[in-house]
Design a protein around this ligand. Structure first.
Ligand code: GLN
Length: 246
């Protein structure tokens, strides 16, 4: 399983968001507090996407433990952003460990991450994959369930679905085709963040001008609340809505 987070709010340094908290995402890469679904550490890669201005996000991802990369620690100390999506990865058994398999996956302003697994991969989702243009299948980021999940969400976004509908419809379709799948995803364009909760934990902390969605709380602030399974979260800085995935 992986750990991921999305932040929307006033600009903060990546260090303050990802490195400094007592149970930060970086710490979660070697000592997560909640590792349901197998695995013990998240050392098979990491990725950070952040919005430096009004344009497309900057992305940095590697197939190595985040703690072993001195460059990202230095970059994080001097880089601020008001929207961030980051993930540390524990590869599902049999899946590629390469830079391109680490979230966030990206297109234009979109950043996407998946915490979980598609059961029966890849046979279970062949019928869904067949709905994609062949070009999308040939250009998957990596031969992983998460990369295919991103291609399915992206296909809906390209067709004009809004972020919440693209995530909800994809999660519903994959859960139906591959029962027992764990499908916690994050999708953001830097203004709105959408999260699904299916099979793994998600916590959220909101203040009047910021929101943080994370696989697990990164400190003991009582303001964190746990999102129940089967929910879809739609958040902007200062406004959070929950509804059933359907
Ligand atoms: N199945 C995905 C992968 O292998 C995500 C793994 C996870 O959530 N640990 O990349």
């Amino acid at each position: 399983m992986c750990r991921h987070l999305a932040y929307l709010g006033p600009p903060v340094t990546l260090a303050r968001l990802l490195f400094d908290p007592p149970f930060s995402l970086v710490r979660q890469s070697w000592a997560p507090r909640d590792m349901r679904g197998g695995g013990t550490i998240n050392a098979d890669g990491f990725g950070i996407g952040w919005y430096a201005g009004d344009g497309e996000p900057v992305r940095y991802r590697r197939a190595q433990p985040i703690w072993s990369d001195p460059t990202i620690a230095q970059l994080a100390a001097v880089t601020s952003a008001g929207a961030v999506l980051a993930a540390v990865r524990s590869a599902t058994v049999g899946m590629a460990v390469v830079d391109n398999a680490a979230a966030p996956f990206a297109e234009g302003r979109w950043l996407f991450s998946h915490n979980g697994v598609i059961r029966g991969w890849p046979d279970s989702v062949v019928p869904l994959a067949a709905e994609l243009p062949v070009r999308d299948l040939l250009t998957l980021d990596a031969a992983t369930d998460s990369a295919l999940l991103w291609a399915l969400v992206r296909h809906r976004l390209r067709a004009g679905a809004d972020a919440a509908e693209a995530v909800a419809a994809t999660v519903r379709a994959v859960a139906a085709a591959a029962p027992g799948s764990r499908l916690n995803v994050l999708l953001t364009d830097g203004r709105t963040a959408v999260a699904s909760v299916l099979g793994h934990a998600l916590s959220l902390r909101e203040t009047s001008d910021a929101v943080l969605l994370a696989s697990e709380p990164h400190d003991d602030d009582p303001a964190w609340r746990s999102v129940p399974d089967g929910q879809l979260v739609t958040a902007t800085a200062g406004r959070v809505r929950l509804r059933p995935l359907g």
